[in-house]
Ligand binder design. Sequence first.
Ligand code: BES
Ligand code: ZN
Ligand code: ZN
Length: 501
Amino acid sequence: MYSITDSLKSECLILPLFEGEKLSKETLAHDDMLRAGIAHAMKFEDFTGKKLQTTLLYAGEKETPRVLLIGLGKKKDLTVRTWKQAVGTSIIAMQGKKYTSLAMVVPEEVKKTFGAKKTARQTVLAAGLASYAFDEYKSEKDARVVEMKSLAFLHISGSEKRAWQSGMEDGEKMSDAINETRRLANTPPTIMTPVFLAKAAQNVVKTFPAIKVSVLGKTEAKKLGMGCFLGVAQGSVLPPQFIIMEYMGGKKTEKPTVLVGKGITFDSGGLSLKPSAYMTDMKFDMLGAATVLGTIRAAAALGLKKNIVGLMPACENMPGGNSYRPDDILVNMEGKTVEIGNTDAEGRLILCDALSYAKKYQPKEVIDFATLTGACMVALGNERSGLFSQEETMIEKLMKSSEETGEQLWRLPLGEEYTEAIKSEVADVANVGDVGGRGYAGASTAAAFLEFFTKNVETGEAAYPWAHIDLSCSYYGGKGKPWIRHGANGFGIETMIDYLS
Ligand code: BES
Ligand code: ZN
Ligand code: ZN
């Protein structure tokens, strides 16, 4: 699908340009007509290179009749994020026209800024993500997105070729893994059950046998005493599944990084039922788990030399005759007791048993992913995810990785006042916190709840370094993200792979 080429044969050439930039002498030197056409169009200043501005020209000779100019904005403002947005926007524009064989000239400035390998990786990754659409349920073939068949890169110099090739391969592996995560999350919730998710994890092993998957059912979870996880699950007719993925690509002696992901396959709120408007999109409440699955799949595909364990408690949060109730007190697998104030704060409950279970690995570190709180979305909007940790080194490294990939994280606080807010009069802790009596700081009180379960029961000290990523904010596309279509965008996998590499 992706290649390096010297001959310009495609339905359309994608030409990203910076604001105010003219075509350099070397670019497309072999095709005078095309060069003249582009120069002519630029004279009119319809296209000035403003960020994500597009113009389609019919300027080339037979082999490549069309050119899409895409603006990159000012040179000094170039970021990985802008570059990926430009690539994604171009691919989606091409699909709109139903062009499937494409070529692209990557500006020298971009290659110089990020290096050949990273540029290739990020370009292919963005193109791969833009190519995926959740349209398999559309009956009319014409209504479906036409998939890109080829994307060839021009003007890759001899010395860049090897790095470019390897970057392209990595980028494709990454976008395959991320699109798998998106596909799982977009799948309607009656199909995407805990058992379906467990099967999806088992399926990954077929392609990547280095991964080991095991699944604990209700009986095993009960034996382990996972009372919080099972409490949430009991209102649903669907059996819960505690999914474990292990990829041990590192040295035997190396402690694993444990990734924990919230796998609520549908969050109705339970007896504390959500209002209808808040219930749509709750099929995405398993995205934490899907992110962990995608990260482990990508790690295996890339052959990372790291030991990584994924823990994915999966169940449904439903109202029913056997639902857990407000005022219940659930007992976590380490014996910690939780007063239920609201059954819609279920994510933290299934995660707390996973955070306890993680201790058996004596992990190097634990990072959890969860669409945990609406409050995080209120705080950060739709373009950043909340990051919580008391470990400065983890914060620093995660922030750096998020900058490298263009996924945006923003640190939010943990602290005494939030820990105080989730204290219960009748149990060790309550599943809803209340700062100031109006549910203020909901993202932080949720994080403080999780933090409680990362501590040793006896000493109260941290059992492992831990970070929490609240995905609620940026898990899906839509407004303001023309380069991503409906549904899950796979946020977090790129950052995690950079972090683990
Ligand atoms: N899954 C939701 C959080 C959520 C909301 C994610 C919107 C993505 C978009 C979570 O289980 C939830 O319902 N949280 C409650 C907690 C509250 C009851 C303390 C919330 O945020 O309202
Ligand atoms: Zn909920
Ligand atoms: Zn939820």
